[in-house]
Design a protein around this ligand. Structure first.
Ligand code: NDP
Length: 241
């Protein structure tokens, strides 16, 4: 029996990451599901994935920590290589730069950019050896247009877009394809505290998106159908940008 391909999804205990993991499971992937703290939620997502007939391995580690990332992934990589890595873990600490603490700057940059580096660097040699793979980075509309109070977040996500384009050049010859998806406002816990009533007035489609809107394009980019797409950034934002 042919084994399922594996997708490693970071930050998948809830929100967009959980939707991506479930959609990839629907499409026939087994899932390595990373999260940082929420065991209960992670187990719930695992059960949903298993009900779709896929295998789901929970991997609790902080993507911003290189040693933890390597310790969690290396023993697995000796036996199996994920076909797709979805760098989705991220978080916000919004405040105007004039008030921003160094820690708020560093933490947001670190989860997004160190997280991308740590996970990708650990898996990439195995993908290159297999001469196949997909890396999909979840950026943000904030990377492209900026946003007041999000200097740290916009910088991190713009950095991720640059990293996506550079890596795409480096690994194309080995058939490893690297793309980014840039969500606009998507209904998850990340939107808590934002004035959404006001914000939706400026979204041409008149509403926030659903995690599934991001999951579907990510699943497409991880599929055989997307074999000639690399180095691209896909905006999914209801028309705001
Ligand atoms: P949520 O806050 O709903 O979920 C974040 C997930 O990331 C959780 O599973 C959390 O795990 C995990 N996580 C956070 N930090 C780490 C870490 N250091 N290591 C491992 N896992 C971590 O976020 P969303 O689903 O809304 O966002 C997902 C991605 O999409 C992020 O990169 C975000 O920046 C991006 N995005 C979201 C938008 C939105 O409107 N929602 C808009 C644009 C981009 P746990 O809970 O277990 O700690």
């Amino acid at each position: 029996m042919q084994e399922n391909k594996i997708a490693l999804v970071t930050g998948a205990s809830r929100g967009i990451g959980a939707a991506i993991a479930k959609t990839l499971a629907r499409d026939g992937f087994d899932i390595w599901l990373n999260y940082r703290s929420n065991d209960e939620q992670a187990n719930k997502v695992k059960a949903e994935i298993e009900s779709l007939g896929a295998v789901c391995l929970l991997l609790k580690f902080d993507v911003a920590n290189y040693a933890e990332t390597e310790k969690a992934l290396s023993p697995l990589l000796e036996k199996q290589t994920p076909f797709a890595v979805i760098n989705n873990a991220g978080f916000r600490r919004d405040t105007l730069l004039v008030w921003m603490k160094q820690e708020e700057w560093k933490d947001v940059i670190s989860v997004t950019l160190d997280g991308y580096f740590n996970v990708t660097k650990t898996v990439l040699p195995f993908m290159l050896r297999n001469r196949q793979g997909r890396i999909i980075n979840i950026a943000s509309a904030a990377a492209h247009h900026g946003a007041p109070g999000q200097g740290n977040y916009s910088a991190a996500k713009a950095g991720l877009v640059g990293a996506t384009r550079s890596l795409a050049f480096e690994v194309a010859k080995r058939n490893v394809l690297v793309n980014a998806v840039s969500p606009g406002y998507i209904e998850t816990e990340m939107l808590e505290g934002l004035p959404m009533e006001q914000i939706v007035k400026n979204i041409p489609l008149g509403k926030a998106g659903k995690p599934e809107d991001i999951a579907e394009i990510t699943a497409f980019l991880a599929s055989e159908k997307a074999g000639y797409i690399t180095g691209q950034v896909f905006q999914v934002n209801g028309g705001i940008f």
